[in-house]
Design a protein. Structure first.
Length: 324
């Protein structure tokens, strides 16, 4: 169980040792059942981790695939049935493929829960329980189970213990602490003054590479349309957009075709987007852990993060104010 601040390179801390172990002790050259399963809470994060596995194993015999919801199952099922060494998945699609008998775990050597605190909360816990206790899953003492996150509340640490045997807890820095490479700036702004303040901030400097976090999907689409009308090229990403639309939105933002990305919590965890210059919390989240993940989209890998403005409304942000 490992905890370190956002942007510190946690995926590398499991990707590289796992690849080294597989290459040092090869057990299946012909490719059949997965030896590694990595479970991630969002499609975007699963794709990102898959790309890192593929990059660092390039030129070897190891085969990695990724499966996630929001797309047709036919293509992904054919990939799984062709076999792989490393399977990266979101919990819903993985559970679906398990029930269809497309995926079994008899050869598993490593199980990784990325963003483990999110994976073990009430939303994902039933799926994770079913996966970890599946009849084909190798016994706990015959596999290595790894959990990584920037935040690890004490109740989640207790829940995680059900899936770990003789585990070691490693923490670098303050558990759940904000990235020390990011300065923070708070504006006291009333609800109906937020749009005007946002335009003012965007007009004061180059808005390229700005992520604006909101709480609702409706706000994400509304704010993206509003900013586009003010000549600020803007796109949005949230759970109700189709997978193709989400991928296009991220691609447009990464390539700077769109200077501003409006996002809900979908993009708050794990996503490593280069050249994020500003993070603006238009609405505050309901808990401090989500806030830590949001501001962690900048100030990554030791780079200093630009000051992320926070729009704080004492009347609306009651849930977070005692922790802030």
């Amino acid at each position: 169980m490992a905890c370190a601040q956002t942007g510190s390179g946690k995926p590398a801390a499991f990707i590289l040792p796992i690849l080294n172990a597989l290459l040092s002790d090869p057990r299946d050259f012909k490719v059949s059942r997965p030896q590694v399963v990595v479970i991630s809470p969002t499609r975007e994060l699963a794709i990102q981790i898959f790309n890192e596995f593929r990059k660092f194993s390039y030129g070897s015999y190891l085969k990695s695939i990724v499966i996630y919801g929001g797309t047709a199952t036919r293509y992904q099922s054919s990939l799984v049935l062709d076999g792989c060494h490393i399977l990266v998945a979101t919990p819903g699609r993985l559970l679906d493929f398990i029930k269809r008998s497309y995926v079994t775990f008899e050869e598993i050597r490593f199980v990784v829960l990325d963003e483990a605190d999110r994976m073990l909360d009430l939303g994902f816990m039933p799926a994770v329980n079913e996966i970890m206790n599946h009849s084909t899953m190798v016994k706990m003492h015959q596999r290595q189970t790894l959990m990584f996150s920037a935040t690890f509340p004490s109740d989640i640490q207790v829940a995680a213990g059900d899936f770990l045997k003789d585990y070691v807890f490693i923490a670098i820095g303050v558990i759940g602490g904000a990235c020390t490479d990011v300065e923070q700036l708070i504006y006291n702004v009333k609800k109906y003054d937020k749009r005007e303040k946002l335009i003012q901030i965007l007009d004061e400097s180059d808005p390229s590479g700005t992520i604006v976090f909101v709480e609702t999907k409706r706000d994400a689409d509304f704010l993206a349309s509003f900013l586009s009308e003010t000549k600020h090229p803007t796109t949005s990403i949230h759970g109700d957009r189709e997978q193709k639309q989400r991928e296009e939105a991220l691609a447009d933002f990464k390539s700077s075709r769109m200077k501003i990305l409006i996002a809900t919590s979908v993009a708050a965890r794990g996503l490593d987007i280069k050249n994020v210059n500003h993070v603006i919390n238009y609405n505050l989240p309901k808990n401090i852990d989500d806030y830590v993940h949001r501001i962690g989209r900048t100030g990554r890998v030791g780079n200093r993060g630009k000051t992320p403005p926070v729009f704080y409304d004492p009347e609306e942000d009651v849930a977070l104010s005692p922790q802030f």
